[in-house]
Ligand binder design. Structure first.
Ligand SMILES: [Zn+2]
Ligand SMILES: [Zn+2]
Length: 347
């Protein structure tokens, strides 16, 4: 089969002929790929700056891609819930299945560290014609357009769990800030509008992404390179600040901005892997009783929920399609901030 493989960190992927993945145990499934989302995490893995959650880097050459959708191509003897040809989403946090987190369904927080196809060295990802999945329990049978559905497994799911964390802060008259109007941010804007009567502010550094943010539910937009975001937010909120912040960037700059505009009783949730550090006077937390937290991917159950939101038309995906064989041009456009919504690679 064909696959886009990383041969050297910091270099473009190569379009290779590689052996087909094979069934190894009775619970395995081989998926024929239809669509795979391209994530900022992929860029960091390609650059060699981001290992998996245990600190392990992939062994090269390696197939990336952790946001996957396709059709069941082959199943092991013990797989009964799926049959060849079924359209499926691939839930990508593969936990041990036996620790306390896994037993309560939070495999993405597995205490033995979840393995992720396309990031963890043990499992090749979905930037290929076929993909190995070690258990049918990681697959969600779906109906609909797989190119719109593939991003739900990470962009739509991660933003959903993060938005759920701020749900109790979306009271009437409140303001919410979404930092980063990219693949995840556009989903988050929609979830916030669904979850509560809050006024949503979107911040980004690209005007075309901010225009898109308006059509996905932002009432106020600000360009943090051109506008003075602290002043704009103070004037928009009558000096009160925002009660919830979803930070999809996660740099020193976005964290510092967040601490300046977060209101009392507020909540700040970081999702972005920008590598920032937060320096907060603890006395301020005593006075404000605000919360600072993070949010990690999502559960299989939450994937079912976001799929239902998309299928019922309450949420939509914004995707920009590329042929898988053109993945390097998708990567270049993403690095230049030129992709609107999620870049999705089609087979
Ligand atoms: Zn990702
Ligand atoms: Zn576990």
């Amino acid at each position: 089969m064909k696959a886009a493989r990383l041969h050297e960190f910091g270099k473009p992927l190569q379009w290779d002929d590689v052996p087909m993945p094979e069934l190894r145990t009775g619970s395995d499934v081989i998926v024929r790929m239809a669509a795979a989302g391209l994530c900022h995490t992929d860029l960091s893995v390609m650059d060699g700056t981001l290992p998996d959650i245990r600190g392990n880097f992939p062994k090269l050459p390696f197939i990336l891609g952790h946001e996957n959708a396709g059709y069941v191509h082959a199943v092991g003897d013990s797989v009964t819930a799926l049959k060849v040809g079924d359209p499926v989403l691939v839930y990508g946090a593969w936990g041990c299945g036996t620790c306390a987190f896994c037993r309560r369904g939070e495999e993405q927080r597995c205490s033995k560290s979840p393995l992720t196809p396309g990031i963890s060295p043990e499992y090749q990802g979905g930037f290929a014609e076929f993909m190995y999945v070690p258990s049918s329990r990681y697959l969600l049978k779906v109906e609909g357009n797989l190119e719109d559905l593939a991003p739900l497994t990470d962009a739509g799911l991660t933003s959903y769990r993060a938005a759920k964390r701020v749900r109790s802060h979306l009271s009437p008259g409140s303001f919410s800030l979404v930092i980063g109007a990219g693949g995840l941010g556009l989903y988050a804007l929609q979830y916030l509008r669904l979850f509560g009567p809050t006024t949503v502010i979107a911040a980004d550094v690209a005007d075309n992404k901010l225009s898109l943010a308006e059509s996905f539910g932002a009432s106020i937009t600000l360009n943090s390179r051109k506008d003075n975001p602290v002043e704009r937010i103070a004037s928009a909120t009558g000096g009160r600040g925002v009660r919830s912040i979803l930070d999809f960037v996660g740099t020193n700059e976005t964290a510092a901005l967040s601490m300046k505009v977060l209101s009392a009783d507020g909540i700040y949730v970081d999702v972005g892997l920008g590598g920032g550090t937060l320096n907060v006077p603890l006395i301020d937390l005593i006075h404000s009783e605000s919360q600072i937290t993070g949010s990690m991917w999502g559960t299989y159950e939450e994937l079912v929920e976001v799929y239902e939101l998309l299928e019922s038309g309450k949420v939509k995906s914004k995707v920009q399609k590329f042929k898988l064989s053109d993945i390097n041009s998708a990567i270049t456009q993403m690095r230049h901030g030129e992709v609107l919504g999620r870049a999705v690679l089609t087979s």
